[in-house]
Design a protein around this ligand. Sequence first.
Ligand SMILES: Cc1cc2nc3c(=O)[nH]c(=O)nc-3n(C[C@H](O)[C@H](O)[C@H](O)COP(=O)(O)OP(=O)(O)OC[C@H]3O[C@@H](n4cnc5c(N)ncnc54)[C@H](O)[C@@H]3O)c2cc1C
Length: 281
Amino acid sequence: MKPAPFAYTRAKTLKEAVTLLAKHKDNARLLAGGQSLIATLNMRLSAPDLLIDINGIKNLNGIAKKGKHVEIGTLARHTQVERSDVIAKHAPLIALAMPHIGHPAIRNRGTFGGSIAFADPAAELPACLLALGGEIDIEGPSGKRKVKVDAFFKGLFETALRPQEMITAVRVPAADKATRVGFAELARRHGDYAIVGLAASARADGKGHLADVRLAYFGVGDTPFRAKKAEVALAGGDVDAAVKALDLDPHDDVQATAKTKKHLASVLLRRVAKQLMEPQG
Ligand SMILES: Cc1cc2nc3c(=O)[nH]c(=O)nc-3n(C[C@H](O)[C@H](O)[C@H](O)COP(=O)(O)OP(=O)(O)OC[C@H]3O[C@@H](n4cnc5c(N)ncnc54)[C@H](O)[C@@H]3O)c2cc1C
């Protein structure tokens, strides 16, 4: 299929993009990497009057450690994140997840902020952000605001972003010596969206146990989902109890039944628990 006709403009500044969004209300869409947007246009799931290309806006693709956080500009391409020394050293969970996102051609164009804004429930990066307790920088007609990840993903492809706002950057706590991370997903073929995936972070408490465990599943519901009862059990060191406490309620989808997804989720929990419990350097 071909998309419905639309006008195209290239914003040169953040202010210009946000002003255009406000002027065209719900009839405009931002174009970042285009790896999800163009597919939705081609399938006529979306038919905006105007595409606002944000790729020409300067200073939106930086990746840097700032104090105790790592900041990733919205236009950082997946490939750039995948190859970043800052990410490898200070955000190892994101480094583990990157090779699972699509294929190199998709990662060359797709952007970090685009993935977070699109909020596909089977996508890796929203779950990583949830596991790390990150926050999202947003700019709109009334200025800047920050939203904590726990309040950002609202429903199926639905976020706390208002129609006239855009993401400018995402921030996650920088890893330190006590940080433990784990990641695993099951997909039909490498590069496909996951049937079920799990991104996790925790802190080694120095006494052989884990603290601040965050288990963020993807592919099991309308949004990335924290299995909070399992987090408590895993912090107590009991993997069997954590598996038993898994409070997931997935739906059947085109990839698998709910029953299969629940089984796969428990398999992933065992794999990721092992990663979290091993010393990481
Ligand atoms: C074949 C294929 C396989 C893929 N496999 C995977 C996969 O396994 N895992 C995965 O996670 N992803 C996968 N993707 C999607 C890919 O990661 C996309 O790059 C990503 O989801 C969207 O990023 P984008 O920059 O391309 O955004 P776009 O497609 O340009 O935009 C997506 C949506 O986000 C909005 N948007 C973009 N930037 C902003 C912003 N700064 N502020 C507010 N709204 C914004 C757009 O308006 C649009 O609604 C796949 C894509 C394809 C085509």
